[in-house]
Design a protein around this ligand. Structure first.
Ligand code: NAP
Length: 326
């Protein structure tokens, strides 16, 4: 039992709920920030976690309210900054994505800089802040921690979520240097796996849409990774003293056609899309280096296993209704 006090921001979300769960399992005392303490959809699944009665404290905080993380971070040894909006259907990218992502990092790191007990801040960044630039990606190209997404390129492409994560990570590294804060970033691809929260999140929705009668699949290739592995990597990045810099987290990069194939093998007879949404060549896959994160001690769950866990969880939560014979 460590008994160490740590803070997790955006604790209601898909990824952060798993970070909270694994921290409680390891004996940490956790201050978990939530935007709306009065909404059971955001708090009940956290309060029901093993160890929550004794060691979980929910604290209200909003990325846009300067100073609102100070109480949650006070006296903490570690901070896991995971809160950031993640969705693609935006009307006002500045207000909905860019502002909360960047202001949120500033807000959280300002609070950390004022709190001498904080030894390390682990920030949930994304492959979105890594792989999106003019460099060509292809099956033989290995994307590693030296890659950075290009904000100008992302603006031109109107890839607003990717831009929000790129600007947030840039801001984090600059503040860490200016204020002498020890930060580590975790940069996962598309995260899937069992849901703890009662509502559907963006990355699990990407799998659900393939099983919900859609006739086509997207012409995209993404790196995929297990939510449990992502949570574990955050904790290793805090616990391993030599952890530093960025850690990419992708088990495998595949085109949606391959996800459909895996689903077909796992759930024969289910109604899956049969064709790609367009007639263009398939967007190429690429490799993502695992070397650095494996040195931290992380072992990856296979994409096939994680897809199965995701579907089983979506069924259990009644978000996916399969035919009774499947
Ligand atoms: P999620 O379930 O939608 O969680 C997002 C969290 O951010 C929620 O707790 C949300 O709070 C919080 N949040 C959003 N705006 C906020 C604000 N203004 N103030 C305070 N909290 C706010 O998404 P997720 O997939 O777990 O994503 C969590 C983190 O992982 C994000 O930083 C995301 O960029 C990163 N990430 C996710 C993936 C993935 O595939 N899932 C991949 C790479 C990186 P509410 O619940 O109150 O809305």
């Amino acid at each position: 039992m460590t008994g160490k006090l740590v803070c997790v921001t955006g604790a209601s979300g898909f990824v952060a709920s798993w970070i909270v769960k694994l921290l409680l399992n390891r004996g940490y005392v956790v201050r978990a920030t939530v935007r709306d303490l009065g909404n059971p959809d955001k708090t009940k699944h956290l309060s029901e976690l093993e160890g929550a009665n004794e060691r979980l404290h929910l604290v209200k905080a909003d990325l846009l309210d300067m100073g609102s993380f100070e109480a949650a971070i006070d006296s903490c040894e570690g901070v896991f900054h995971t809160a950031s909006p993640f969705y693609f259907d935006v009307k006002d990218p500045q207000a909905e994505l860019l502002e909360p992502a960047v202001t949120g990092v500033i807000n959280v790191l300002e609070a950390c800089a004022k709190t001498p007990s904080v030894k390390r801040v682990v920030i949930t960044s994304s492959i979105a802040a890594v792989a999106y630039n003019v460099r060509t990606r292809g099956p033989d190209v290995v994307v590693d921690e030296t890659w950075f997404s290009d904000p100008e390129y992302l603006r031109e492409q109107q890839n607003w979520y990717q831009l929000s994560k790129t600007l947030a990570e840039e801001t984090a590294w600059k503040m860490a240097k200016d204020k002498g804060i020890d930060i580590v970033t975790i940069n996962p691809g598309m995260v899937i796996g069992p849901l703890l929260q009662p509502t559907l999140n963006t990355s699990c929705a990407a799998i659900l849409q393939l099983m919900n009668g859609s006739s086509t699949y997207p012409n995209s290739s993404f790196g995929w990774v297990s939510v449990v592995d992502v949570a574990e990597a955050h904790i290793l990045a805090f616990e391993v003293p030599s952890a530093n810099g960025r850690y990419l987290l992708v088990d495998k990069t595949v085109h949606y056609s391959e996800i459909v194939m895996i689903l077909g093998k796992l759930y024969p007879g289910s109604s899956l899309p049969t064709k790609c949404v367009d007639d263009k060549p398939f967007v190429p896959t690429y490799k993502v280096s695992k070397e650095k994160v494996e040195k931290l001690g992380l072992e990856f769950t296979s994409i096939e296993e994680v897809i199965k866990q995701t579907i089983e969880s979506l069924k259990e939560k009644k978000m996916l209704k399969l035919e009774s014979n499947l």
